[in-house]
Design a protein around this ligand. Structure first.
Ligand SMILES: *Cc1c(COP(=O)(O)O)cnc(C)c1O
Length: 418
Protein backbone atom coordinates (compact mmCIF):
# COMPACT_ATOMS: atom_id res chain seq x y z
CA UNK A 1 0.00 0.00 0.00
CA UNK A 2 1.26 3.42 -0.90
CA UNK A 3 0.09 6.10 1.49
CA UNK A 4 0.06 9.75 0.45
CA UNK A 5 1.78 12.20 2.80
CA UNK A 6 -1.15 14.58 2.42
CA UNK A 7 -4.65 14.09 3.83
CA UNK A 8 -7.88 15.22 2.21
CA UNK A 9 -8.37 17.79 4.98
CA UNK A 10 -4.90 19.25 4.34
CA UNK A 11 -5.49 19.31 0.58
CA UNK A 12 -8.88 21.05 1.01
CA UNK A 13 -7.22 23.70 3.14
CA UNK A 14 -4.38 24.22 0.65
CA UNK A 15 -6.61 24.58 -2.43
CA UNK A 16 -8.31 27.59 -0.81
CA UNK A 17 -5.03 29.45 -1.46
CA UNK A 18 -3.36 27.42 -4.20
CA UNK A 19 -5.78 25.87 -6.68
CA UNK A 20 -4.96 22.50 -8.27
CA UNK A 21 -2.97 21.34 -10.07
CA UNK A 22 0.18 21.76 -7.99
CA UNK A 23 3.25 19.81 -6.99
CA UNK A 24 3.80 19.44 -3.25
CA UNK A 25 6.89 18.11 -1.46
CA UNK A 26 7.27 16.56 1.99
CA UNK A 27 10.09 18.25 3.92
CA UNK A 28 10.16 15.60 6.65
CA UNK A 29 10.51 12.75 4.17
CA UNK A 30 13.23 14.54 2.22
CA UNK A 31 15.27 15.21 5.36
CA UNK A 32 14.88 11.71 6.84
CA UNK A 33 15.87 10.10 3.55
CA UNK A 34 18.91 12.39 3.11
CA UNK A 35 20.02 11.47 6.64
CA UNK A 36 19.62 7.75 5.92
CA UNK A 37 21.82 8.10 2.85
CA UNK A 38 24.45 9.98 4.83
CA UNK A 39 24.40 7.33 7.57
CA UNK A 40 24.74 4.53 5.00
CA UNK A 41 27.99 6.03 3.73
CA UNK A 42 29.30 7.40 7.03
CA UNK A 43 32.14 4.81 6.86
CA UNK A 44 33.70 6.92 4.08
CA UNK A 45 35.01 10.20 5.56
CA UNK A 46 34.93 12.02 2.20
CA UNK A 47 31.41 10.92 1.25
CA UNK A 48 29.15 13.50 -0.32
CA UNK A 49 25.84 13.35 -2.17
CA UNK A 50 25.64 15.80 -5.07
CA UNK A 51 21.90 16.09 -5.69
CA UNK A 52 21.10 15.97 -9.41
CA UNK A 53 19.52 19.40 -9.79
CA UNK A 54 17.77 18.44 -13.03
CA UNK A 55 15.48 16.13 -11.03
CA UNK A 56 13.98 19.00 -8.99
CA UNK A 57 15.45 22.41 -9.83
CA UNK A 58 13.71 24.30 -7.05
CA UNK A 59 15.62 26.55 -4.62
CA UNK A 60 13.38 25.63 -1.68
CA UNK A 61 14.38 21.98 -2.17
CA UNK A 62 18.06 22.66 -2.84
CA UNK A 63 18.33 24.66 0.37
CA UNK A 64 16.87 21.81 2.45
CA UNK A 65 19.36 19.38 0.90
CA UNK A 66 22.20 21.83 1.53
CA UNK A 67 21.23 21.90 5.21
CA UNK A 68 21.45 18.11 5.18
CA UNK A 69 25.03 18.29 3.90
CA UNK A 70 24.38 17.63 0.22
CA UNK A 71 26.06 19.34 -2.69
CA UNK A 72 24.60 19.74 -6.16
CA UNK A 73 25.21 18.07 -9.50
CA UNK A 74 24.59 20.54 -12.31
CA UNK A 75 24.28 19.88 -16.02
CA UNK A 76 23.67 23.32 -17.50
CA UNK A 77 24.29 27.03 -17.18
CA UNK A 78 21.02 27.81 -15.42
CA UNK A 79 21.47 24.95 -12.95
CA UNK A 80 24.90 26.34 -12.08
CA UNK A 81 23.42 29.82 -11.69
CA UNK A 82 20.57 28.56 -9.50
CA UNK A 83 22.97 26.57 -7.32
CA UNK A 84 25.20 29.60 -6.84
CA UNK A 85 22.19 31.68 -5.80
CA UNK A 86 21.21 28.97 -3.31
CA UNK A 87 24.60 29.32 -1.63
CA UNK A 88 26.48 26.37 -3.10
CA UNK A 89 30.09 27.11 -3.97
CA UNK A 90 33.40 25.47 -4.80
CA UNK A 91 33.52 21.72 -4.46
CA UNK A 92 29.93 21.59 -3.21
CA UNK A 93 29.16 21.69 -6.94
CA UNK A 94 29.73 18.90 -9.43
CA UNK A 95 29.34 19.81 -13.09
CA UNK A 96 28.41 16.68 -15.06
CA UNK A 97 27.33 17.73 -18.51
CA UNK A 98 27.73 16.53 -22.05
CA UNK A 99 28.15 18.36 -25.37
CA UNK A 100 29.08 21.25 -23.08
CA UNK A 101 29.37 24.82 -24.37
CA UNK A 102 32.55 26.65 -23.37
CA UNK A 103 30.59 29.29 -21.46
CA UNK A 104 29.32 26.60 -19.07
CA UNK A 105 32.82 25.30 -18.35
CA UNK A 106 33.80 28.91 -17.66
CA UNK A 107 31.09 29.42 -15.05
CA UNK A 108 31.76 26.01 -13.48
CA UNK A 109 35.47 26.84 -13.20
CA UNK A 110 34.73 30.31 -11.82
CA UNK A 111 32.57 28.74 -9.11
CA UNK A 112 35.36 26.29 -8.31
CA UNK A 113 33.12 23.32 -9.11
CA UNK A 114 34.39 19.83 -9.81
CA UNK A 115 34.21 19.46 -13.57
CA UNK A 116 33.30 16.01 -14.90
CA UNK A 117 34.47 15.60 -18.51
CA UNK A 118 32.27 13.52 -20.79
CA UNK A 119 34.81 12.97 -23.57
CA UNK A 120 38.52 12.78 -24.30
CA UNK A 121 38.26 15.73 -26.72
CA UNK A 122 36.86 17.85 -23.88
CA UNK A 123 40.27 17.80 -22.19
CA UNK A 124 41.84 20.11 -24.73
CA UNK A 125 38.54 21.96 -25.22
CA UNK A 126 38.57 22.72 -21.50
CA UNK A 127 42.24 23.75 -21.61
CA UNK A 128 41.65 26.04 -24.58
CA UNK A 129 38.48 27.51 -23.03
CA UNK A 130 39.97 28.23 -19.61
CA UNK A 131 43.60 28.68 -20.59
CA UNK A 132 44.42 25.89 -18.17
CA UNK A 133 42.79 23.02 -16.32
CA UNK A 134 41.67 22.87 -12.67
CA UNK A 135 43.86 20.97 -10.19
CA UNK A 136 41.13 18.36 -9.76
CA UNK A 137 39.23 17.01 -12.77
CA UNK A 138 36.76 14.13 -13.06
CA UNK A 139 36.29 11.94 -16.14
CA UNK A 140 33.20 10.02 -17.08
CA UNK A 141 33.77 6.37 -17.96
CA UNK A 142 31.55 4.27 -20.22
CA UNK A 143 32.46 0.55 -20.07
CA UNK A 144 30.31 -0.19 -23.16
CA UNK A 145 28.42 -3.44 -23.70
CA UNK A 146 25.32 -4.40 -21.78
CA UNK A 147 25.08 -4.08 -18.01
CA UNK A 148 23.04 -6.77 -16.25
CA UNK A 149 22.42 -7.86 -12.70
CA UNK A 150 20.55 -10.63 -10.97
CA UNK A 151 19.33 -13.02 -13.66
CA UNK A 152 16.23 -15.05 -12.80
CA UNK A 153 13.36 -16.76 -14.65
CA UNK A 154 11.61 -13.40 -14.99
CA UNK A 155 14.71 -11.92 -16.65
CA UNK A 156 17.34 -9.57 -15.31
CA UNK A 157 16.72 -7.52 -12.21
CA UNK A 158 18.67 -4.68 -13.82
CA UNK A 159 19.52 -4.34 -17.49
CA UNK A 160 20.81 -1.31 -19.31
CA UNK A 161 22.80 -0.56 -22.39
CA UNK A 162 25.94 1.54 -21.79
CA UNK A 163 27.24 0.51 -25.22
CA UNK A 164 24.35 2.40 -26.81
CA UNK A 165 24.65 5.46 -24.56
CA UNK A 166 26.21 8.70 -25.80
CA UNK A 167 27.97 9.36 -22.50
CA UNK A 168 31.49 8.91 -21.27
CA UNK A 169 34.85 7.68 -22.50
CA UNK A 170 36.12 4.22 -23.33
CA UNK A 171 38.62 2.59 -20.99
CA UNK A 172 41.69 3.45 -23.13
CA UNK A 173 40.42 7.02 -23.52
CA UNK A 174 40.05 7.32 -19.74
CA UNK A 175 43.78 6.64 -19.23
CA UNK A 176 44.64 8.98 -22.11
CA UNK A 177 42.48 11.73 -20.61
CA UNK A 178 44.19 11.36 -17.22
CA UNK A 179 47.66 11.46 -18.77
CA UNK A 180 46.81 14.51 -20.89
CA UNK A 181 45.16 16.32 -17.98
CA UNK A 182 48.23 15.73 -15.86
CA UNK A 183 50.41 17.11 -18.65
CA UNK A 184 48.23 20.21 -18.60
CA UNK A 185 48.56 20.61 -14.84
CA UNK A 186 45.88 18.49 -13.16
CA UNK A 187 46.96 16.84 -9.90
CA UNK A 188 43.93 14.99 -8.58
CA UNK A 189 41.38 12.93 -10.46
CA UNK A 190 37.84 11.66 -10.17
CA UNK A 191 36.10 8.82 -12.02
CA UNK A 192 32.38 8.78 -12.75
CA UNK A 193 30.00 6.35 -14.45
CA UNK A 194 26.23 5.99 -14.83
CA UNK A 195 25.30 2.53 -16.05
CA UNK A 196 21.63 2.00 -15.29
CA UNK A 197 18.64 4.17 -14.44
CA UNK A 198 15.97 3.67 -11.75
CA UNK A 199 17.39 0.40 -10.46
CA UNK A 200 15.30 -1.49 -7.94
CA UNK A 201 18.14 -3.55 -6.52
CA UNK A 202 20.47 -3.24 -3.57
CA UNK A 203 23.13 -4.74 -5.84
CA UNK A 204 23.41 -1.95 -8.43
CA UNK A 205 25.62 0.48 -6.55
CA UNK A 206 27.92 -2.23 -5.14
CA UNK A 207 28.35 -3.74 -8.64
CA UNK A 208 29.04 -0.31 -10.14
CA UNK A 209 31.41 0.49 -7.27
CA UNK A 210 33.36 -2.73 -7.87
CA UNK A 211 33.76 -1.87 -11.53
CA UNK A 212 34.81 1.72 -10.82
CA UNK A 213 37.10 0.85 -7.91
CA UNK A 214 38.94 -1.73 -10.04
CA UNK A 215 39.13 0.72 -12.94
CA UNK A 216 40.48 3.40 -10.61
CA UNK A 217 43.12 1.07 -9.19
CA UNK A 218 44.18 -0.01 -12.69
CA UNK A 219 44.27 3.50 -14.14
CA UNK A 220 46.14 4.84 -11.11
CA UNK A 221 48.76 2.14 -11.57
CA UNK A 222 48.94 2.64 -15.33
CA UNK A 223 49.26 6.42 -15.26
CA UNK A 224 50.55 7.18 -11.77
CA UNK A 225 47.64 9.64 -11.38
CA UNK A 226 46.17 10.22 -7.92
CA UNK A 227 42.48 9.32 -7.82
CA UNK A 228 40.82 11.49 -5.19
CA UNK A 229 37.19 10.50 -5.60
CA UNK A 230 34.85 8.04 -7.26
CA UNK A 231 31.44 9.30 -8.30
CA UNK A 232 28.80 6.57 -8.41
CA UNK A 233 26.38 9.00 -10.11
CA UNK A 234 22.61 8.44 -10.06
CA UNK A 235 20.46 5.45 -10.84
CA UNK A 236 19.33 4.15 -7.45
CA UNK A 237 15.61 3.87 -8.04
CA UNK A 238 12.32 4.02 -6.19
CA UNK A 239 9.36 1.63 -6.23
CA UNK A 240 6.79 3.42 -8.37
CA UNK A 241 4.48 0.40 -8.16
CA UNK A 242 2.97 -0.58 -4.83
CA UNK A 243 4.11 -4.20 -5.21
CA UNK A 244 7.78 -3.32 -5.78
CA UNK A 245 10.22 -3.56 -2.88
CA UNK A 246 12.04 -0.40 -1.89
CA UNK A 247 15.83 -0.22 -2.03
CA UNK A 248 17.49 -0.36 1.38
CA UNK A 249 20.10 2.38 1.39
CA UNK A 250 21.84 0.95 4.46
CA UNK A 251 22.35 -2.36 2.63
CA UNK A 252 23.54 -0.49 -0.46
CA UNK A 253 26.06 1.54 1.56
CA UNK A 254 27.35 -1.61 3.22
CA UNK A 255 27.72 -3.32 -0.19
CA UNK A 256 29.79 -0.40 -1.46
CA UNK A 257 31.88 -0.46 1.74
CA UNK A 258 32.73 -4.12 1.19
CA UNK A 259 33.85 -3.44 -2.40
CA UNK A 260 35.95 -0.54 -1.10
CA UNK A 261 37.63 -2.74 1.52
CA UNK A 262 38.28 -5.50 -1.00
CA UNK A 263 39.60 -3.42 -3.89
CA UNK A 264 40.68 0.09 -2.97
CA UNK A 265 42.20 -0.49 0.47
CA UNK A 266 44.58 -3.28 -0.72
CA UNK A 267 45.55 -1.03 -3.66
CA UNK A 268 46.71 1.59 -1.17
CA UNK A 269 43.77 3.82 -2.09
CA UNK A 270 41.98 3.89 1.26
CA UNK A 271 41.78 7.70 1.10
CA UNK A 272 39.46 7.84 -1.92
CA UNK A 273 36.20 9.71 -1.33
CA UNK A 274 32.95 8.20 -2.56
CA UNK A 275 30.42 10.56 -4.14
CA UNK A 276 26.84 10.00 -5.27
CA UNK A 277 24.69 12.07 -7.63
CA UNK A 278 21.26 10.78 -6.81
CA UNK A 279 18.16 12.57 -8.02
CA UNK A 280 15.21 10.20 -8.10
CA UNK A 281 16.11 8.40 -4.88
CA UNK A 282 16.42 11.71 -3.00
CA UNK A 283 13.15 13.26 -4.08
CA UNK A 284 10.72 11.13 -6.12
CA UNK A 285 8.72 9.59 -3.24
CA UNK A 286 8.52 12.93 -1.46
CA UNK A 287 6.53 14.72 -4.13
CA UNK A 288 2.88 14.45 -5.18
CA UNK A 289 1.12 16.03 -8.10
CA UNK A 290 -2.24 17.08 -6.68
CA UNK A 291 -5.06 17.37 -9.18
CA UNK A 292 -8.85 17.61 -9.17
CA UNK A 293 -11.22 15.37 -11.11
CA UNK A 294 -13.13 17.78 -13.35
CA UNK A 295 -15.04 15.51 -15.74
CA UNK A 296 -16.22 11.94 -15.99
CA UNK A 297 -16.70 10.63 -19.51
CA UNK A 298 -18.30 7.33 -20.49
CA UNK A 299 -17.67 6.13 -24.05
CA UNK A 300 -15.96 2.86 -24.95
CA UNK A 301 -14.07 3.21 -21.71
CA UNK A 302 -14.52 5.13 -18.47
CA UNK A 303 -12.46 8.33 -18.37
CA UNK A 304 -11.78 10.64 -15.48
CA UNK A 305 -10.54 14.01 -16.73
CA UNK A 306 -8.31 15.89 -14.30
CA UNK A 307 -6.98 19.45 -14.26
CA UNK A 308 -3.33 18.34 -14.50
CA UNK A 309 -1.91 17.03 -17.75
CA UNK A 310 1.28 15.57 -19.21
CA UNK A 311 2.72 19.09 -19.29
CA UNK A 312 2.84 18.82 -15.47
CA UNK A 313 4.18 15.25 -15.44
CA UNK A 314 5.30 13.69 -18.68
CA UNK A 315 6.69 10.34 -17.52
CA UNK A 316 3.49 8.35 -18.15
CA UNK A 317 3.01 9.89 -21.62
CA UNK A 318 6.64 9.53 -22.68
CA UNK A 319 7.81 6.32 -21.01
CA UNK A 320 4.51 4.66 -20.19
CA UNK A 321 5.70 5.06 -16.59
CA UNK A 322 3.46 3.89 -13.76
CA UNK A 323 2.55 6.48 -11.15
CA UNK A 324 0.33 5.34 -8.32
CA UNK A 325 -2.84 7.34 -7.69
CA UNK A 326 -4.71 7.82 -4.44
CA UNK A 327 -8.14 9.44 -4.30
CA UNK A 328 -7.79 11.54 -1.16
CA UNK A 329 -10.35 10.68 1.47
CA UNK A 330 -10.99 7.31 -0.20
CA UNK A 331 -7.73 5.68 0.89
CA UNK A 332 -9.60 2.69 2.34
CA UNK A 333 -12.45 2.48 -0.16
CA UNK A 334 -12.56 -0.63 -2.39
CA UNK A 335 -10.91 -0.19 -5.82
CA UNK A 336 -13.98 -1.49 -7.64
CA UNK A 337 -13.95 0.86 -10.63
CA UNK A 338 -11.61 0.84 -13.63
CA UNK A 339 -10.65 4.17 -15.15
CA UNK A 340 -8.33 5.90 -17.53
CA UNK A 341 -7.24 9.03 -15.68
CA UNK A 342 -6.48 11.61 -18.34
CA UNK A 343 -5.29 15.17 -18.82
CA UNK A 344 -6.52 17.73 -21.30
CA UNK A 345 -3.74 17.78 -23.91
CA UNK A 346 -4.68 17.16 -27.53
CA UNK A 347 -2.47 14.08 -27.34
CA UNK A 348 -3.92 10.65 -26.74
CA UNK A 349 -0.83 9.72 -24.71
CA UNK A 350 -1.91 12.23 -22.05
CA UNK A 351 -3.03 9.53 -19.60
CA UNK A 352 -1.81 9.34 -16.01
CA UNK A 353 -3.30 5.88 -15.69
CA UNK A 354 -4.82 3.35 -18.06
CA UNK A 355 -7.27 0.66 -16.88
CA UNK A 356 -6.49 1.52 -13.27
CA UNK A 357 -8.58 0.00 -10.49
CA UNK A 358 -9.62 2.89 -8.25
CA UNK A 359 -12.45 3.75 -5.89
CA UNK A 360 -15.42 5.44 -7.51
CA UNK A 361 -14.37 8.96 -8.47
CA UNK A 362 -16.75 11.87 -8.38
CA UNK A 363 -16.19 15.24 -9.97
CA UNK A 364 -14.45 17.42 -7.41
CA UNK A 365 -12.49 14.60 -5.86
CA UNK A 366 -8.84 15.45 -5.22
CA UNK A 367 -6.27 12.94 -6.48
CA UNK A 368 -2.67 12.53 -5.37
CA UNK A 369 -0.36 11.23 -8.09
CA UNK A 370 2.57 9.63 -6.29
CA UNK A 371 6.35 9.73 -6.71
CA UNK A 372 6.44 12.95 -8.70
CA UNK A 373 9.16 14.63 -6.62
CA UNK A 374 11.92 13.97 -9.16
CA UNK A 375 11.79 14.23 -12.95
CA UNK A 376 8.19 15.46 -12.49
CA UNK A 377 7.74 19.22 -12.52
CA UNK A 378 11.22 19.59 -14.00
CA UNK A 379 10.34 17.79 -17.22
CA UNK A 380 7.26 19.97 -17.65
CA UNK A 381 6.57 21.92 -20.78
CA UNK A 382 4.09 24.35 -22.31
CA UNK A 383 2.47 22.30 -25.07
CA UNK A 384 -1.13 23.32 -25.84
CA UNK A 385 -0.34 26.58 -24.05
CA UNK A 386 -0.49 24.76 -20.72
CA UNK A 387 1.04 26.66 -17.83
CA UNK A 388 3.47 25.21 -15.34
CA UNK A 389 1.98 24.65 -11.91
CA UNK A 390 3.01 25.94 -8.50
CA UNK A 391 5.40 23.99 -6.28
CA UNK A 392 4.59 23.89 -2.58
CA UNK A 393 6.45 22.62 0.44
CA UNK A 394 4.67 20.76 3.23
CA UNK A 395 6.88 21.76 6.11
CA UNK A 396 7.73 19.62 9.10
CA UNK A 397 5.38 21.69 11.29
CA UNK A 398 2.48 20.99 8.90
CA UNK A 399 2.39 24.47 7.38
CA UNK A 400 2.62 25.00 3.63
CA UNK A 401 5.06 27.28 1.86
CA UNK A 402 5.07 28.44 -1.74
CA UNK A 403 8.39 27.60 -3.45
CA UNK A 404 7.37 28.48 -7.01
CA UNK A 405 4.20 30.24 -8.07
CA UNK A 406 2.09 28.93 -10.91
CA UNK A 407 2.77 30.44 -14.33
CA UNK A 408 0.29 32.99 -15.63
CA UNK A 409 -0.59 33.71 -19.25
CA UNK A 410 1.72 36.74 -18.98
CA UNK A 411 4.65 34.37 -18.32
CA UNK A 412 3.68 32.34 -21.35
CA UNK A 413 3.56 35.44 -23.53
CA UNK A 414 6.68 37.06 -22.05
CA UNK A 415 9.13 35.88 -24.70
CA UNK A 416 6.92 36.63 -27.69
CA UNK A 417 7.55 39.35 -30.25
CA UNK A 418 4.16 40.61 -31.38
C1 LIG B 1 20.15 12.30 -14.33
C2 LIG B 1 21.49 12.19 -13.73
C3 LIG B 1 21.64 11.86 -12.38
C4 LIG B 1 20.50 11.53 -11.48
O1 LIG B 1 19.87 10.37 -11.92
P1 LIG B 1 18.71 9.69 -11.02
O2 LIG B 1 18.24 8.57 -11.87
O3 LIG B 1 17.68 10.74 -10.83
O4 LIG B 1 19.33 9.26 -9.76
C5 LIG B 1 22.93 11.83 -11.88
N1 LIG B 1 24.00 12.11 -12.65
C6 LIG B 1 23.90 12.43 -13.94
C7 LIG B 1 25.11 12.74 -14.73
C8 LIG B 1 22.64 12.47 -14.54
O5 LIG B 1 22.53 12.77 -15.83
Amino acid sequence: MKKPFLTLAQAREIVKTFPTPFHIYDERGIRENARALKAAFAWNPGFKEYFAVKATPTPGILKILREEGCGVDCSSLTELMMSERCGFSGTEIMFSSNETPGSEFELAAKLGAYINLDDLTHVDFLYNTLGGVPETVCCRFNPGGVFTLGESKEGFQVMDNPGQAKYGMTRPQLAQAFARLRELGAKRFGIHAFLASNTISNEYYPALARLLFQTAADVAEETGCHVAFINLSGGVGVPYRPDQPANDIAVIGEGVRRAYEEILVPAGMGDVAVFTELGRFMLAPFGHLITTAVHAKHIYKEYIGVDACAANLMRPAVYGAYHHITVLGKEDAPCDHVYDVVGSLCENSDKFAIDRALPEIETGDILAIHDTGAHGFSMGYNYNGKLRSAELLLKEDGSVELMRRAETPEDYFATLVW
